[in-house]
Write a protein that binds this ligand. Structure first.
Ligand SMILES: NC(=O)c1ccc[n+]([C@@H]2O[C@H](COP(=O)([O-])OP(=O)(O)OC[C@H]3O[C@@H](n4cnc5c(N)ncnc54)[C@H](OP(=O)(O)O)[C@@H]3O)[C@@H](O)[C@H]2O)c1
Length: 326
């Protein structure tokens, strides 16, 4: 089969289309013939040599996919050859055939086409597991989403809004802020021109945000803690602004606040299966009724993954960059 790999670290041109052996399903595994996958920030880091796959995972890029089940291993009862599905992956999505543990395979939500479904698993599982399962956002609370116009941000705004929470978000241009508002953001802050801590305080009568979903890491750490409400929860899922920051524990203590940081990719298969099951139960109905949709910035053939990476790194996109099989 054809697959996109990054044998030597580098820029987007480091991505190469190669012929590799077809995967064979072991016990508990499923092979999916690819319809679509999508570009994630983690893929761009892996390509640069900064984010190697966890032990045992494929070195082919790609953290999510959609397609048709073409083989199942021993002990797989939930899926059959011919099923249309999508899946959360530890790697291997940029390929014509994708091997995945059966617990990370999900049905395609009603009303979503199979191509768009390839861009759903990573955002749905990341947002649901962090904002709801870990941070426990409630409908009477306020969520601050940084990077509101990205793949994660566009999904987080819609899901939190659909489930009744108030949403504040940051983005870097008026066009992106407008899209965020159209998705349900109550307040949209231009982080290039405004101080998000002041704006969050102003929008919450000085209380701050109950939950913050952060993609910036070190650069925003102390300001995020300042922007948290009493008993607030800061969930750091990205390190676009570096890994080492300074945390004032006094502020955290006075607020009885929490800082959590997670990566979905490295979590054990059983935890990912539990997240996928929870997503199917709680998120798919909201997607099926149209309250949450996937914003697709562009759709490219898998062979043009380099272009997908260029677009993501230029940060001109809004929503997801989809890659399709032939
Ligand atoms: N931990 C996990 O399990 C996990 C899983 C999935 C994703 N992630 C992380 O989540 C983040 C978002 O992923 P994604 O796929 O949505 O990427 P994406 O589509 O590229 O979105 C990233 C967004 O960050 C915004 N941004 C850049 N600088 C900013 C700043 N100073 N303040 C606020 N926003 C800023 C960019 O928009 P502007 O043009 O507005 O700057 C862009 O929309 C990434 O860091 C990714 O690594 C983590």
């Amino acid at each position: 089969m054809r697959a996109v790999i990054a044998p030597d670290p580098g820029g987007p041109d480091a991505l190469v289309v190669a012929d590799v052996p077809d995967p064979q399903p072991g016990p508990g595994e499923v092979v999916i013939d690819l319809t679509a996958t999508a570009v994630n920030r983690a893929d761009t880091l892996q390509r640069q040599g900064f984010y190697p796959p966890p032990p045992g995972a494929s070195d082919i890029l790609g953290l999510e996919c959609s397609g048709v089940v073409s083989a199942v291993g021993d002990g797989v009862d939930a899926w059959s050859v011919g099923d249309e599905v999508c899946a959360l992956l530890a790697g291997g999505g940029y390929a014509e055939k994708v091997l995945v543990p059966a617990g990370q395979v999900m049905p395609v939500p009603d009303g979503v086409d199979l191509v768009t479904a390839g861009a759903l698993p990573e955002v749905a599982c990341t947002v649901w597991s962090n904002v709801f399962m870990i941070a426990g956002l409630r409908e009477d609370e306020t969520l601050l989403v940084h990077g509101g116009a990205g793949g994660i941000g566009t999904f987080a705004i819609q899901l939190a809004h659909a489930l009744g929470a108030r949403v504040i978000t940051t983005a870097g241009s008026e066009e992106k802020l407008e899209v965020c508002r159209s998705l349900g953001a109550d307040v949209a802050i231009n982080y290039k021109e405004q101080d998000f801590v002041e704006e969050v305080k102003a929008a919450t009568d000085g209380r701050g945000a109950d939950v913050i979903l952060d993609n910036m890491g070190a650069k925003y750490l102390s300001r995020n803690v300042d922007a948290l409400a009493t008993e607030g929860r800061l969930v750091v899922i990205g390190m676009q602004g570096g890994t080492k920051g300074e945390l004032d524990l006094g502020v955290l203590m006075r607020k009885r606040a929490a800082v959590v940081s997670t990566t979905l990719r490295a979590r054990p298969a059983e935890e990912k299966a539990a997240i996928c099951a929870s997503v199917v139960e709680h998120v798919w109905p909201v997607v099926a009724d149209g309250a949450v949709r996937t914003l697709v910035h562009t759709t490219l053939p898998l062979e043009e993954a380099r272009e997908g990476h260029r677009i993501m790194e230029a940060s001109d996109h809004i929503g997801k960059i989809v890659l399709t099989a032939r």
